[in-house]
Design a protein around this ligand. Structure first.
Ligand code: ADP
Length: 455
């Protein structure tokens, strides 16, 4: 069911409850008023008749029956009976059509006062009438034909008005719901036009401040983020294949040249060593891409365990010194001795890759190929500070060096693919930490990996 129909139905339900309730109250009040009025007329008729009979000496039963028989104010099917203190009927006007009055009613009137009864469609009132000599009971009854038919008519008018009202309310409700929801329909149509290939499209948000405009704006913001992610993924794939193609082209080129003619064993061995270097580079690139994918998903977080960061420092140092024979990494553990200050909740492989990348860069981009590493602990974090006295990074590149495949133009002949720092940042963020950088061209760089301590 559409929201439009649902709103209209809810509106209808509410309105019908209010309207129906109001009509029922009006009807009940009218019915009570009719009854009250008829009873009071019956009582007046009974009282007048009793007065004439009992208090006017000249009037006897026959005369009264004759006077009253022709009285134009007589009520329809009116019957008036008067009883003396022995409950003996002393006067009767009109014919009671087989309606039996409960026998004890006269005594009840004498004890409790006025009594009312409804016998079929007839209404009856019995009340005491006292004069100087006797205590009479007057019983007046009749049929309120006009009052009841008026009430029935009122009831019919109310039901008809109620039903017509319901139809009108439903139609008006639907119309208003449609009008209120038409911007939503427009939004739906605009959103339907957007797909993976037309992510640049945006929905009209307008300048309004209402909820729909806010929804449209939030949707546009979501599209902005999606488009950015889409684009960076596209670029990432293009860059990754470019980086892989370079060593592959070099390998096939070297092998083709090698096969042009017979070579000496030395020439073969030199060429094969160069091919092997390219293969190693390719391998490392593949490893890093794999780690990037791993660090990009939240999956490793589930298997995080407490890791001693000092042990990882030593492992990374060994790895960097093995791959670059000229590279040195000086580690200063400083005053951090407490084991609790050394524990980080994380994945050892990923943390090793983070530190290795920072160490390797410090060695790679400095003439002395030396990385100075120190460890600090704050109340909540372990900080690994990696400093070098190398070429430094220009301020405008401070953010960009963390983008995948970005290489600043300070690299000279240093080999690389531009994914080490972006990988390091992703790993730090996956561990709930961050990497900060301070550097100036020619003055060296200082990278700090802030990692939260295992609680
Ligand atoms: P790669 O070293 O493979 O090029 P990275 O992502 O590790 O890729 O680094 C990105 C860029 O940041 C490098 O190309 C280099 O320009 C710059 N950079 C990183 N570390 C340093 C450093 N310690 N000193 C100077 N420049 C650096």
């Amino acid at each position: 069911m559409t929201i439009r129909t649902r709103l209209a139905l809810q509106f209808l339900l509410l309105a019908s409850l209010i309207l129906g309730g109001a009509f029922m109250v009006v009807y009940a009040l009218s019915a009570a008023y009719r009854e009250e009025e008829f009873i009071s007329r019956l009582k007046d008729r009974g009282t007048n008749t009793a007065k004439l009979l009992i208090q006017v000496d000249e009037v006897d039963e026959q005369l009264l029956a004759r006077i009253e028989g022709d009285n134009p104010v007589r009520l329809p099917e009116e019957v008036i009976r008067i009883f003396d203190h022995h409950n003996k009927q002393i006067f009767k006007l009109g014919i009671a059509q087989g309606d039996s009055v409960p026998p004890g009613i006269l005594d009840q009137v004498r004890l409790e006062g006025d009594q009312r009864l409804e016998i079929g469609e007839r209404e009856l009132v019995a009340f005491p009438f006292t004069d100087r000599y006797d205590r009479f009971v007057v019983e007046a009854s009749g049929r309120d034909i006009y009052g009841r038919s008026k009430l029935r008519n009122e009831g019919r008018v109310m039901i008809a008005t109620f039903l017509i009202g319901l139809v009108l309310i439903f139609l008006v409700g639907r119309f208003y719901a449609q009008r209120a929801l038409s911007p939503v329909q427009r939004l739906i149509n605009e959103i339907r036009a957007i797909s993976g290939v037309s992510l640049a499209l945006r929905v009209q948000a307008g300048n309004e401040q209402d909820e729909l405009a806010q929804l449209a704006r939030s949707f546009n913001e979501l599209l902005d983020r999606l488009e950015k992610t889409f684009l960076s993924q596209k670029n990432f794939i293009a860059n990754a294949s470019h980086e892989m193609r370079t060593p592959l082209t070099s390998i096939s080129g070297q092998l083709e040249v090698l096969m042009l003619k017979a070579r000496t064993p030395e020439e073969y061995s030199t060429a094969l060593r160069s091919v092997l270097d390219d293969m190693h580079a390719l391998n490392r690139l593949a490893d890093r891409l794999l780690l990037m994918a791993q660090a990009g998903s939240k999956a490793p977080v589930a298997s995080f365990v407490p890791v001693r960061i000092d042990e990882v420092l030593w492992q990374s140092r060994a790895e960097v010194q093995r791959t670059g024979s000229a590279h040195t990494v000086d580690i200063d553990l400083g005053k951090v001795e407490d084991e609790a200050d050394l524990l980080v909740l994380g994945n050892e492989n990923l943390l090793r890759s983070l530190l290795t990348n920072l160490f390797e860069n410090a060695c790679k981009y400095s003439d002395d190929h030396k990385a100075m590493v120190s460890l600090h602990a704050t109340a909540t974090e372990v900080e690994v500070v990696v400093t070098d006295k190398g070429i430094g990074i220009a301020p405008q590149d401070h953010e960009r060096v963390f983008e995948p495949f970005y290489r600043a133009n300070n690299t000279g002949g240093a080999k690389g693919h531009g994914i080490g720092l972006s990988l390091a940042r992703r790993i730090a963020e996956l561990h709930g930490g961050r990497i900060t950088l301070s550097s100036a061209e020619g003055a060296g760089s200082r990278f700090v990996a802030h990692l939260p301590k295992a609680a």
